[in-house]
Design a protein around this ligand. Structure first.
Ligand code: NAP
Ligand code: F7E
Length: 335
């Protein structure tokens, strides 16, 4: 039985990847951080689902800021595959906490790679690289050969993590891959990322518990896919005959405004009556246009995005409407 170690298991991607690997028969170890409130909400359902073999899921305390914890985890778990998904992943927030973002999103990767090297083990390694590295884009569409031009402390930290992963592959013959993933979303997306912020607000406005939604730049264009599709690409990269870097994207781009139209339209709402602009959500430097070319992943791995833009928006709106209804019914029942 193969053992996989996931940093960031409590996040959107970590939770989907854990379910996927358990389904493939893996023993899954996830690194969790100490928190004053529960932070395992996305993986708790695994324990309640009779179809997911949760006895093979193990959570261990550690932090990407704490090399000794990473050393200990790698020595004791001895994983066959490591997925480094842990990060301070919010681009806007990275302008407020740039040093911390560099520490976790950038240096966290070298801590993990050094822990691997010092252990003498040779696990396969996946690095969660990002389309934010392309920033002020030098090619349209962006592909593996497109030069990086990050536009945020987050993007710059991811560029460091990308190159240190390449360096450890070349210097120590480690099976290490960068997945350069474009934006991917789901009903489990963090609530402060724009898609989820929109779908949650649309549901609440429909049910009469919220009136307005405050957003920033509506003109930015993103290549949005579904997280459930994208985590499969991570696994496929580590099963390939040799370690390489891959762009993972849908190949379509849409504005934030288009996402608003779809999400509010799904609930027969006119977004223009509810959306207000608050400049605090603007970024000092914005990434205006992202669109990825995932043809290398299709050719080498047989991977391609299945869920498209409209289906993704509908899935997220429907899930938020159901969750919000349940929450309201629960609070009425308590009264
Ligand atoms: P996410 O939902 O924000 O999850 C981030 C995870 O990192 C959480 O489990 C978080 O733990 C953990 N984490 C944060 N700081 C940590 C630390 N100091 N030590 C250990 N773990 C820490 O992100 P996601 O959307 O699933 O993305 C997964 C990865 O892919 C991230 O590296 C992200 O930067 C990258 N990425 C995401 C996208 C996208 O569109 N989603 C695209 C490209 C790349 P807590 O739950 O305790 O906060
Ligand atoms: O912003 C605009 C904002 O925060 C998308 C992360 O997963 O994907 C994500 O980064 C766009 C930007 O995602 C609001 O200015 C407008 O142009 O949802 P987002 P992101 O910055 O693209 C990449 C690939 C990652 O790697 C990251 O980890 O939407 N926007 N109004 C807004 N964005 C937010 N968050 N909130 C707003 O109110």
């Amino acid at each position: 039985m193969k053992k996989a170690l996931i940093s960031g298991i409590t996040g959107q991607d970590g939770s989907y990847l854990a379910e996927f690997l358990l389904g493939k028969g893996y023993e899954v170890y996830g690194i969790i951080r100490r928190s004053s409130s529960f932070n395992t909400g996305r993986i708790d359902p695994i324990y309640e689902d009779p179809h997911v073999p949760h006895r093979r899921l193990h959570l261990v305390y550690g932090d990407l800021n704490d090399a000794s914890s990473l050393n200990r985890i790698i020595r004791t778990v001895q994983p066959d595959e490591i997925y480094n998904l842990g990060a301070q992943s919010h681009v806007r927030v990275s302008f407020d906490i740039p040093e911390y973002t560099g520490e976790i999103t950038g240096l966290g990767t070298i801590r993990l790679l050094e822990a691997i090297r010092e252990s003498g083990l040779k696990p396969k390694f996946y690095q969660a690289s990002s389309s934010e590295m392309f920033g002020k884009v030098q090619d349209v569409p962006q592909r593996e050969t497109t030069p990086f031009y990050p536009r945020s402390p987050y993007g710059a930290a991811k560029v460091y993590a990308y190159w240190i992963t390449v360096n450890y592959r070349e210097a120590y013959d480690l099976f290490a891959c960068n997945g350069i993933l474009f934006n991917h979303e789901s009903p489990r997306r963090g609530e402060t990322f724009v898609t989820r912020k929109i779908t949650k607000a649309a549901a609440r406005i429909k049910l009469g518990v919220q009136k307005d939604l405050y957003l920033g730049n509506l003109d930015a264009k993103r290549d949005w896919g579904f997280a459930g599709d994208y985590i499969q690409a991570m696994w496929m990269m580590l099963q390939a005959p040799k370690p390489e870097d891959y762009v993972i994207a849908t190949g379509e781009t849409h504005t934030v405004r288009e996402f608003l139209e779809l999400a509010f339209g799904r609930l027969q709402l006119d977004w223009q009556k509810h959306v207000k602009i608050d400049t605090k959500y603007y970024r000092p430097t914005e990434v205006d246009l992202l669109i990825g070319d995932a043809s290398k992943a299709k050719r080498d791995l047989g991977w391609e995005a299945k869920v498209r833009f409209e289906e993704l928006a509908n899935m997220m709106v429907d899930a938020d409407l159901a969750a919000e209804r349940e929450r309201l019914e629960g609070s009425q029942a308590k009264r």
